[in-house]
Write a protein of this length. Sequence first.
Length: 427
Amino acid sequence: MRTLKVALLGCGVVGTDVARIMTTQADDLEARIGARLELAGVAVRRAGRTRPGIPDHLLTTDAAELVKRDDIDVVIEVIGGIEPARSLILTAFDNGASVVTANKALLAADGAALHAAASRAGVDLYYEAAVAAAIPLVRPLRESLAGDKVNRVLGIVNGTTNFILDKMDSTGAGYSEALEEATALGYAEADPTADVEGFDAAAKAAILAGIAFHTRVTAADVFREGITEVTAADIASARAMGCVVKLLAICERAKDGVSVTARVHPAMLPLAHPLASVRGAYNAVFVEADAAGQLMFYGPGAGGAPTASAVLGDLVAVCRNKLAGSTGPGESAYAQLTVNPMDDVVTRYHVSLDVADKAGVLAQVATVFAEHGVSIDTVRQTGREGDASLVVVTHRATDAALSATVAALRSLDHVRGVASIMRVEGE
Ligand code: HSE
């Protein structure tokens, strides 16, 4: 029976679970792969700490030396970030190793170069864990749906923000209070920027859009707006409309057939939509394809064990490929679609205005919408001591038309302020 040697880069929450499962499931993994897995080295940032279940002699702080070894068959990269992960992965390819990574930021920034390097070296690059951890998404899109035409991917791909928004919805808490609770419970990191400003979700959206539409999409192509400006009033207004607020990643094929859009922003979603019932830190992704119709993938999108589950699945796949002398699917970017700017996106909007409660103000506001070709669906007014809060929900319009409308509204004398603008999705 052959042995395949595995190098593990990173031994934090995910790496520890990867090593643990490799040990506890060793016999089953051997039976499934047809070869014994040997953990041949574990690169850690700091020396001197014992890692439970990992013999001390396997630990090294020299990741660069570990990936240079020519006896390593597979490198698992769970360090995260751009460098040194990128250089380590490229060196691993140069030395004939396949790579399994959970690194969404790197793939979303530089996926094309990594795929090209893997292809030149005749090895695999697998990354199921990079998007929504345990939820199978990359393989279903790359393989199961390879014969179909995917038109739309709509998902909740960040657990931290879903936890915060869900808390705001269920308790009436404001953003800061809900963030504090997410931090105390370990959902939000000490610096929550990557999650709450939408960077994490945008990287995942870029990866999903690229695979779904067989084209190249980078994180820089994805429109991004986080949840830090979402207020308790927005959540209450969504409730009044029979909606919840979710941070959505939305990747869509445009009608012209030659372009796509990719965006991440908070949006109101009708309670009847399947994604509206995704609570707490869970993730879910809705995929719409020509022949398959509507599919939904749901589960834990973060955490050590769920992420390790996806890493181990990839490890089994790349090991099977190695034994067969083959490789799995590489990058599929033949479609070469243009990624359109946010201005071209067409959706519905919830616009909340503070206005003077005087005769003719509603007419002025409605005129501004009409002048910009934005059709109003509903208007709700609540009076407040001479002022009023006006909530306008529009029919579908381009983001450019809505932005121009809002700019014109701000210049009206009787409009005291634009309290919030939120997109309405899911119809
Ligand atoms: N921080 C992410 C989340 C998990 O909250 O979903 C890793 O991408």
